[in-house]
Design a protein around this ligand. Sequence first.
Ligand code: DCT
Ligand code: MG
Length: 472
Amino acid sequence: LLDMVWYTESMHAGIPVIILDRHRLQEREKPGLELAVVSVPSYACQRHTPLLHHNTTLTDALSILAENAELSENEGRGVAFRRAAALLKSLPQEVRGAEQLRGLPCLGEHSLRVIKEVLEDGVSHEVETTTHSEQFKAMKALTGIFGVGAKTADRWFREGIHTPSDLQRSGHTLNRAQRAGLQYYDELNLPVTKSEAVAIGQIVERAVHAVLPGAEIILIGGFRRGKQTGHDVDFLITHPDEGREEGLMPKVVSWLEAQGFLLYQKTTRNSYLESKEGPARPASNMDRFERCFSIFRLSTDNEGREIQTGREIQTGDDPQTYSPTLTNTDPHTHSDTHPHSKTDSHPLPQTLVFPKPQTSDFPRLPQTPDHAQKVSWVLGHSQCSGPRSWRAVRVDLVVSPYSQFAFALLGWTGSKLFERELRRWAVHEKAMTLSSHALYDRKRTQYLRASSEEEIFAHLGLEYIPPCDRNA
Ligand code: DCT
Ligand code: MG
């Protein structure tokens, strides 16, 4: 049978999952053979999804349709395309014909139609139409501005604004995030490399240890999953003595600002409170931690390598850019307060945890991230004459209490779809509520504690999936 096995998944609910290639079975004319189990787990959090996979042509097509649906605020449709793409990413071989997909979950009618078209004609008409559509191009360009979401972009598009340059000319009043987004548009749409992420990690480590020795800093998000580039760099910060992390963010931000490392920042307070009746439904999955959305100024030497020095704040810079803010509201809104904290200085060497580099012998790399392909809009004030010695990089910092650390780590490693699927699994299959803070068992009406990601997977009755296989 072995040469006919097309797909094997270690275990699903205790059953070995094997997919046999029906085609080859028929070719070999073995009528007596019975197909064993033909099933692939339907939740992405039950599957291993590596970064490099065999079906990039198909997943690229589905991702464009997903993005278009998300930009049109059709979340359900977007998720359906993302689920279909994630299924294809988890397959161990290239799909050559639609008949190979029979019986697989997550493939809706619409996705299957697109897949079939790409397999047969090399392209999908709908994908082609979408990528050439003026609205899609404009929405991508406008939401590519830091601080601009689909709703705002859509409003501007209807007013005839299609590009960041149009927006700049329009005279619209922009909030602080959007102004920074426009100012650093080109750079923020360049992928951040792994080595830039590492260089920023060293700066963040210096800042955190200067104000809280013994704190732990972990690179999260896409880089923890083994990605070599990202649209930003995400860090999770905690301290083994619970309570020591309280109020940490304003101190870190002050240190970074004093050293000239920040071009923009906005900090939100931790608003998470455990209640006896279980977690209330949060306004968003991500908004209850002490969190800082920032734009770093990463120095580079003449060859473009990252170096770690900051710079003195220069007169003439927008003073607002350098005022620390702490609010409890939407990170992309405008209200600023000034909660400056005193900075202590206790330099102490600590370990920074970075993911192992991902190795693979796959023949084709996945397509460059969308943001790398964005058109470079010429914005007067972001242009520079001659080589510049620094670049702007989006950095997200999150502080978590130690007791919530495993949940924060799991929730912030991603991918977004993997996280969504974990939460869906928890609710529908286990009657539990999972967030980046806690896991609540609704049947036993109690919180389930965990000090590692492995324990959370165990509570959820799931096989442990390592970060490099969460690229759904
Ligand atoms: N996240 C999530 N749901 C969201 C947004 C984020 O679960 N709506 C989690 C998963 C990833 C993590 O937060 C960091 O978010 P991003 O930086 O947006 O994602 P990424 O995977 O790091 O992507 P990139 O490599 O492009 O930064
Ligand atoms: Mg990220």
